[in-house]
Design a protein around this ligand. Structure first.
Ligand SMILES: Nc1ncnc2c1ncn2[C@@H]1O[C@H](COP(=O)(O)OP(=O)(O)OP(=O)(O)O)[C@@H](O)[C@H]1O
Ligand SMILES: [Mg+2]
Length: 261
C-alpha cells in the first residue's frame, strides 16, 4: 500500500476534485483505492454522495482518536472512503509531537489491503495537513496558473519540508506540482508555465488539467469526470494524470487499461 497526500493551503485549487477523480479512475481499473478525508469541510463525501455522518462507518475523527474498530465505508468494490466532518476541527490546533497517529494506523492490517490511499486536506497550514503529510509516502501540490500561485506553491512546499524535518520517522517524497484549471488561451499562461518549469524542473507534473465545464459541472450530477462524459477532453486529461502519478510513485505495474496517449 502506498499513500498520497494532496495539499495546498490555498483554497479552491482543485485538491478535492483531483482526489475524487483520480480515485475513481484507479478503482475502476482494479486498483484498490481508499480516500481519507482530513478536511473538516467533508467535501469528498459530498462529491461522491456518501453519508459523512453515518455513525456506523469509520470516520477520520475515529482515525485521529486512534480507533479503527468500525467498518470502512465502500462506495464500490475497489473504492472506499473514510469521511470527515467538522468534528475534526478540534484536532487542528494540536501540535504533532513525535510520530503521527494516522501514520501508525495506516500501517495496520486493515489498510494494507488497499493498493493506494489518497488523502484530501483542508486549505490551511495546520496540524491536520501535517497528519496527512506524516502518514504519506508521497505528496502532491495542485495549483491554478494565476497571479500569486508561485508564492502559494512555495509556501506549501516549505510547510511540507518543515513538517518532514521535524519528524525523524518520516520521509515522504515530493511527487510534484500539478497545474489545474489551465487556460492556454490566457496571455500569461506560457510565462507562468515557464517560470514554474524553471523553479520545479522535473517536479512539474507533465499532465495538466484544463479549466472545463465538465469538471465544474460533473459534481452537480454526483458524477466524476470519468462518468460524466465518455469522450471528454477532461476525462483524457485525468487518465493521463492518473497514469503519470502511478509512474512517478513507481506503481506502474498496475496498468491503467484505458490509455489515451
Ligand atoms: N479543471 C477545472 N475546471 C473547472 N472547474 C474546476 C476545475 N477544477 C476544480 N474546479 C472547480 O473549482 C472549485 C474548487 O475545486 P475543489 O473543491 O476541488 O478545490 P479544493 O482545493 O479542494 O478547495 P478547498 O481548498 O476549499 O478544499 C469547484 O467548484 C470545482 O468544481
Ligand atoms: Mg477541498
Amino acid at each position: 500500500m502506498k499513500s498520497l497526500a494532496i495539499l495546498c493551503q490555498k483554497g479552491g485549487v482543485g485538491k478535492t476534485t483531483l482526489v475524487v477523480n483520480i480515485a475513481k479512475i484507479y478503482s475502476k481499473n482494479d486498483i484498490k483505492t481508499l480516500i481519507i478525508d482530513l478536511d473538516p469541510q467533508g467535501n469528498t463525501s459530498t462529491y461522491l454522495d456518501f453519508d459523512k455522518n453515518n455513525k456506523n462507518i469509520l470516520t477520520s475523527q475515529d482515525l485521529l482518536l486512534g480507533k479503527t474498530q468500525k467498518e470502512i465505508g465502500f462506495l464500490e468494490e475497489n473504492l472506499a472512503i473514510i469521511p470527515s466532518n467538522e468534528t475534526i476541527l478540534k484536532f487542528n490546533n494540536e501540535k504533532i509531537v513525535g510520530g503521527s497517529i494516522l501514520q501508525q494506523k495506516l500501517k495496520s492490517f486493515v489498510f494494507s489491503n488497499f493498493d493506494i490511499v489518497i488523502i484530501d486536506t483542508p486549505p490551511t497550514m495546520s496540524s491536520l495537513v501535517q497528519e496527512a503529510i506524516s502518514a504519506s509516502d508521497f505528496y502532491l501540490i495542485p495549483t491554478k496558473p494565476e497571479f500569486l500561485a508561485i508564492e502559494g506553491v512555495s509556501q506549501a512546499m516549505k510547510f511540507a519540508k518543515e513538517t518532514i524535518s521535524r519528524q525523524i520517522s518520516i520521509s515522504p517524497i515530493f511527487l510534484g506540482v500539478v497545474l489545474n484549471q489551465v487556460d492556454i488561451t490566457r496571455s500569461s499562461y506560457i510565462d507562468f508555465e515557464k517560470e514554474l518549469e524553471y523553479l520545479l524542473a522535473d517536479k512539474l507534473i507533465n499532465s495538466k488539467i484544463s479549466n472545463s465545464a465538465e469538471v465544474a459541472d460533473s459534481p452537480f450530477y454526483l458524477k466524476t469526470v470519468d462518468e460524466f462524459d465518455e469522450h471528454s477532453k477532461s476525462k483524457k486529461e485525468f487518465y493521463k494524470l492518473a497514469k503519470e502519478l502511478l509512474e512517478r510513485m513507481a506503481l506502474n505495474e498496475k496498468i491503467i487499461e484505458q490509455s489515451y496517449n
